[in-house]
Design a protein around this ligand. Structure first.
Ligand code: PEP
Length: 249
């Protein structure tokens, strides 16, 4: 009932001309899909994604969005702009933005609200740093981050929401959570969302795992009943490995 999603977070990689060639190849080589594929490139690539992927099976979206609707906010990109570019998704609360740009849960919640207003699906990232896991506090820390990053998103449930559990220590490090640790966290996240928005929503919401996903470990992660896909950084940049992930999904 929950459709698997494989979303590639390109971060600050590829220029628009490289992306054009890559995306056209992806379209050409795409296997038949039961799952959903999405690419999340940098802002200047989104018009290229619209041109190349528009009307195809592959969705696309952004890595961030402004917390403001419109106005004198130099350098910001609004949810309405993303909507006009055909984005289905946008990441909010990625740990790199929390860490390097000081993004707080309150800011992330505003960003999620702007996306929901425009009918764009937020991919809300949460996850604990290493010292929190070592203290044995990963679950309460991450649940608190989830609920704080949705503060002001009142019931009824934000049906479009996707959550990504990304333990900070697993991102870009080659270390990943064990399938059973990921499963335990996803179950706890689902339970928290059920308590906040109703049991039905907890069962409907898709929860992705992110953190050094690759074609070797993806099948085991996906075999967990509460893991609904992957948010993939490094392994989404090479066409072959992204296609391999899609074949696994
Ligand atoms: C990410 O950027 O969200 C991510 C999980 O990166 P990586 O797959 O490279 O760890």
């Amino acid at each position: 009932m929950r459709r698997v999603l494989v979303a590639g977070n390109w971060k600050m990689h590829k220029v628009p001309s490289e992306a054009r060639v890559w995306l056209a190849e992806l379209k050409r080589l795409l296997p038949p899909l039961d799952s959903e594929a999405a690419v999340l490139p940098a802002f200047p690539i989104l018009p290229v994604a619209k041109e190349v992927l528009g009307g195809s099976q592959v969705a696309y979206g952004a890595q961030d969005v402004s917390a403001h609707r419109e106005g004198a906010y130099t350098g910001e990109v609004s949810a309405r702009m993303l909507k006009d570019l055909g984005c289905r998704y946008a990441i909010v609360g990625h740990s790199e933005r929390r860490r390097y740009h000081g993004e707080t849960d309150a800011l992330v919640a505003e960003k999620a609200k702007r996306l929901l207003e425009e009918g764009i699906t937020p991919i809300l990232c949460v996850g604990e740093p290493l010292e929190v896991r070592e203290r044995g506090e990963a679950v309460p820390y991450t649940l608190n981050q989830l609920l704080e990053s949705l503060r002001g998103v009142e019931p009824p449930a934000p049906e479009a929401l996707v959550v990504a559990y990304e333990p900070v220590w697993a991102i870009g490090t080659g270390k990943n959570a064990t399938p059973s640790d990921a499963e335990a966290m996803h179950r706890a996240l689902r339970q928290a969302l059920s308590e906040r928005y109703g049991a039905g929503f907890g069962e409907r919401v898709r929860i992705l795992y992110g953190g050094s996903v690759n074609p070797k470990n993806f099948a085991d992660l996906l075999s967990q009943p509460n893991v609904d896909g992957g948010l993939v950084g490094g392994a989404s940049l090479e066409l072959e490995s992204f296609l391999a992930l899609l074949r696994i999904a």
